[in-house]
Design a protein. Structure first.
Length: 260
């Protein structure tokens, strides 16, 4: 079993930059009284608590697979808000939720047509689906990581999921949502521009997300070597500017079923 390599402190180094897509996704949700909300991939629960409060939800359940992330969640629990261990891959309730929400988590799962069918089936009549997934897989951050992973001594030790194959193009999500019977939808590709201190900060950014998959599959010694080679390969292909403008593409989608 792979180790839990998620590091809340590393992830939250860029908390402000990571917050904006969440806020934009939350703005797509249509408010209603007494909503039952599930947040898939809730992390430390900080943003789930913000979602719960903004919606005035009757019940919100945040599910998170990483025990490291959940260890930071206790301070966010409040009446009506539960943060619990759970794997999105096992999430399959029937017509139970008014909103299925997921911010930057579903990219880790394969077969999005089948996944989104399960998420649709979890919605009550009139229920809403709101999802944000990164779409930056053609950026050097991701391309260099894949290239280094294909080299030895890493290739023999790694079994990293092909995240690029999971995330669909925006038009494919629009078609999928229509095929699944959603009455209304909004799908957009958005570029978020982040001004980081320098190009070196890009390595720290991906250490909190993308590189966790490699870290979980490598020994600490091999992962240290991986990061060293990754940095040496990545930095020369990024512009050496201060601040460094990090353009990050994301897909934001929202859809709603017909009511009863």
């Amino acid at each position: 079993m792979a180790q839990d390599s998620w590091n809340p402190a590393q992830y939250e180094r860029f908390a402000d930059e990571r917050r904006q897509p969440f806020d934009d996704l939350m703005a797509l949700v249509e408010r209603a009284p007494d909503m039952r909300v599930v947040d898939l991939g809730c992390g430390t629960g900080a943003l789930t608590a913000a979602l719960h409060a903004a919606l005035g939800a009757r019940r919100t359940l945040g599910l998170e697979r990483s025990s490291n992330m959940l260890a930071r969640s206790a301070g966010h629990v409040r009446p009506g808000l539960e943060l619990a261990a759970g794997d999105i891959a096992d999430f399959a309730p029937a017509a139970e939720w008014d909103l299925v929400f997921s911010n930057a988590a579903l990219q880790w799962l394969p077969d999005h047509p089948a996944l989104f069918r399960r998420l649709r089936d979890a919605l009550a009549p009139g229920g809403q689906l709101a999802v944000q997934v990164p779409a930056n897989f053609d950026h050097p951050t991701h391309l260099v990581a894949a290239a280094v992973a294909a080299e030895e001594p890493f290739a023999s030790a790694l079994r990293v999921p092909a995240h690029t194959a999971a995330v669909l193009a925006p038009a494919e999500y629009a078609e999928l949502l229509d095929d699944l019977g959603f009455a209304r939808q909004s799908v957009r590709l958005q570029v978020y521009g982040h001004h980081l201190g320098s190009r070196d900060d890009v390595v720290e950014w991906v250490r909190g997300t993308l590189l966790t998959a490699y870290e979980s599959a490598l020994t600490p010694e091999l992962f240290a070597q991986f990061c060293e080679r990754y940095r040496a390969r990545l930095l020369p292909v990024l512009r050496d500017t201060r601040p460094y403008f990090y353009a990050f593409k994301r897909i934001l989608l929202w859809a709603r079923l017909e009511g009863e």
